[in-house]
Design a binder for this molecule. Sequence first.
Ligand code: ADP
Ligand code: MG
Length: 254
Amino acid sequence: MSALNATTPATTTPVLRLDGVRKSFGQNTVLDGITLDVHKHEVLALIGASGSGKSTLLRVINLLEQVDDGQIWLNEHDISDPRTPVDAVRSRIGVVFQHYNLFPHLSVLDNVTLASRTVHKQSRAVAEKRGLELLDQIGLADKARDFPDRLSGGQQQRTAIVRAIATEPELLLLDEVTSALDPELVGEVLDLVRQLKQTGTTIVMATHEMSFARDVADRVAFLHHGRVLEIGEPAAVFENPQEERTREFLARIP
Ligand code: ADP
Ligand code: MG
């Protein structure tokens, strides 16, 4: 691992720091120089039109895509260094996507405990005690031995979220976790994210739920064509956007 970056402030090291991150797919520049920090206990919401680069940004942070240029720091480690052990980094980051999060052939409890047991080498007893506590917190302890297909979409997505935090990751990435849900199931998933924020989880979330972003995020970043055009507290971005593109985007949201 590299030594400390000279630009890292001596006082508080951000949990996540992106510096000039670029990513293209062929001729298509998808991330066009992204620089941002996320601090401990902070919730950063990524907003922007479809195709603006939100998912790719989350994917480069989790090393599902390699950056073409720039650096990504997870706490003090430059994880964009090609020598970085990918599995070790992924074990420090929780991720939940829009779809297909649970393993269908494993029980709900085995889903929640799998990473603790395999990656983090916890005993089954320890992992299951914690797994059952987490399931209890989301009201699903009685479903622990069921397969995921017995759960509603909202219950599945909440299970995926507690699975992602079961290993106490340094950072949680959420990519449109409510977009595939029926409208009546969105609230229970957002409530869980709100709870995680209250317990201090550091979160970067791409979302179309503007009222949720406004309520829960500490800061909101507006992406446009792979650039952060505007970033700030929700009240500033939503009520007093500085950029014409932000105003146009927000005006199109019902
Ligand atoms: P968002 O999540 O904001 O909708 P994405 O990050 O999914 O945006 O996509 C940004 C752009 O990158 C789009 O033009 C998309 O087609 C392109 N893209 C994303 N992933 C790939 C890929 N694996 N190969 C080629 N193009 C991709
Ligand atoms: Mg996306």
